[in-house]
Design a protein around this ligand. Structure first.
Ligand SMILES: *Cc1c(COP(=O)(O)O)cnc(C)c1O
Length: 483
């Protein structure tokens, strides 16, 4: 049996996997159209394989890696859920994919209408007055939001340089703060995993431009004191930013725009039907209050006096343009299709089930694993591998062992406030049997840590490759075929 893993190794001279109609004629025409000096002197060294072998090759490659279509993927904060294929199909409709991004607004009414309607749905879901679909990542949305904060204070001729960030915030928050030229001031969450208003009060002064709050926070806990904290920050002249990447827990239940937040980003590529991760294109739409609308990145989708949609560039207060064209349009289409398919009631059920699944799994896992914040969680929760660490089995080892059972690792060693952290987000699309299976595997690994720790510390055993030098693989990437 041919175990070759590279398609070149499967190549046999003279095999082919295609038949093209009228090839000779077409080939002659093509060759005639290419200037002589560009002709090859010898044929390209391409693999010669049959169609069947080619199929097997690529299917084989696709199952070597772990992915959501293959198995459970509880990577906390990334919302790795099943995204309906229907939405990909809608995003691939001819009218969308073949429309030129430089086509005038007058020839793009359907496309503009889709963005207009999606903005309306996002306003409804979030409670904000205005939306921009332009940012192309969650972190990009944060960047946009912080530029808006800066523009707001500049207009008032106030020099404010600091942003309050809880220790339970997502890691991109302090990075965005630095990118915009602000400085982070950390506040600590309390023993229940939430930010106490006193902590914010203690650091709030007239050098603070605002506060960024991840909600639910990275412990998967809903912030209890939003109203009190917003009041403190607003009274001190600052603005409130909500990191809304975790909207999967909130839809149809809690609207950030109603309770004192001024700016928020969505991760359309988590909550709304585009997978996160893998470096694919994202969509980090932002929502703002009416008073901040004038600062939104331009162009802004607008309606003229005849009710025609157009891109308005005449925005003197805008923070400017953040991306070419209008964001990642296919993500926008998928988000639209997702929301239209589910409706308001459906979105609420997404969140209810995401929260239910997380709480169910949390209860199953807390027997064998330390649960540092034993409170009702939202769409995710954090356990600690500290008991296993004491036996010589690190969280990293547990994660590697999970691969032997066809399960992706949870998010590891984050948030930083939990030692040996495992951040687990099952999502609403997993069946109870999958959650039970995962819990059983985690229990088995906890048992192995006690009885046979070497089995865990030397894992994975069943994967195509074992422990990789992950840093080296990323830094010194070599994808060339060894000749
Ligand atoms: C994923 C995530 C982000 C960043 O989103 P990217 O699209 O990866 O830049 C920010 N905050 C939270 C809470 C997240 O989960």
């Amino acid at each position: 049996m041919n175990q070759a893993s590279l398609i070149y190794e499967k190549s046999v001279s003279g095999r082919k996997g295609y038949t093209l109609a009228g090839t000779d004629r077409a080939k002659a025409d093509i060759m005639a159209a290419i200037p002589e000096r560009f002709h090859r002197s010898r044929p390209a060294a391409l693999p010669e394989v049959t169609e069947g072998e080619t199929m097997r090759h690529f299917i084989g490659l696709s199952v070597k890696n772990h992915h959501i279509d293959k198995g459970f993927y509880p990577l906390g904060s990334c919302t790795m859920k099943y995204n309906p294929r229907l939405n990909d199909k809608v995003a691939s409709l001819e009218g969308f994919v073949s429309h030129h991004p430089l086509a005038p607004c007058s020839s793009s009414p359907g496309i503009l209408r889709l963005m207009w309607d999606l903005s309306g749905f996002l306003r409804e879901v979030s409670g904000f007055a205005a939306i921009s679909l332009q940012p192309v990542a969650g972190a990009h949305g944060e960047f946009a939001g912080l530029l808006i904060m800066r523009a707001y204070h500049r207009e008032k001729a106030e020099k404010r340089t600091k942003i309050i960030i809880p220790d339970s915030a997502h890691g991109t928050n302090p990075a965005s703060v630095t990118s915009v030229g602000f400085e982070s001031v950390q506040v600590k969450s309390n023993e229940n995993g939430v930010i106490p208003p006193e902590a914010v009060k203690a650091v709030m002064d007239d050098s603070v431009a605002g506060m960024m709050m991840t909600n639910p926070n990275t412990l998967g806990i809903f912030e209890t004191y939003i109203k009190e904290i917003s009041e403190i920050v607003h009274k001190g002249g600052g603005l409130m930013y909500m990191d809304g990447a975790n909207l999967n827990a909130n839809m149809g239940i809690f609207r950030p725009g109603d309770v004192g937040f001024d700016i928020m980003h969505f991760n359309l590529h988590k909550t709304f039907s585009t997978p996160h991760g893998g470096g694919g294109p994202g969509a980090g739409a932002i929502g703002v209050t009416a008073g901040l609308e004038k600062f939104l990145p331009f162009p802004v989708l607008d309606k003229d006096e005849n009710g025609q949609l157009f891109f308005n560039y005449d925005r003197p207060h805008s923070i400017g343009r953040l991306h070419s064209f209008y964001g990642n349009f296919a993500n926008i289409v998928r988000a639209y299709a997702y929301i239209r398919t589910l409706g308001g009631e459906g979105l609420r059920r997404v969140s209810e089930n995401a929260v239910l699944n997380a709480n169910y799994l949390k209860v199953l896992l807390k027997e064998e694993y330390e649960l540092p914040y034993d409170v009702h969680c939202m769409h995710e929760f954090v356990i600690s591998g500290s008991r296993q660490k004491a036996l010589g089995v690190k969280t990293l080892d547990i994660s590697k062992r999970l691969l032997d059972f066809g399960v992706h690792s949870p998010t590891n060693y984050f948030p930083l406030i939990v030692p040996e952290a495992m951040m687990i987000e099952p999502t609403e699309t997993e069946a109870r049997e999958t959650l039970d299976y995962f819990a059983a595997v985690m229990k088995q690994i906890a048992g192995e840590a006690k009885e046979n720790p070497d089995l865990v510390t030397s894992a994975p055993h069943n994967t195509p490759v074992r422990r990789l030098d992950e840093v080296g693989a990323a830094r010194n990437l070599d994808v060339a075929y060894p000749e």
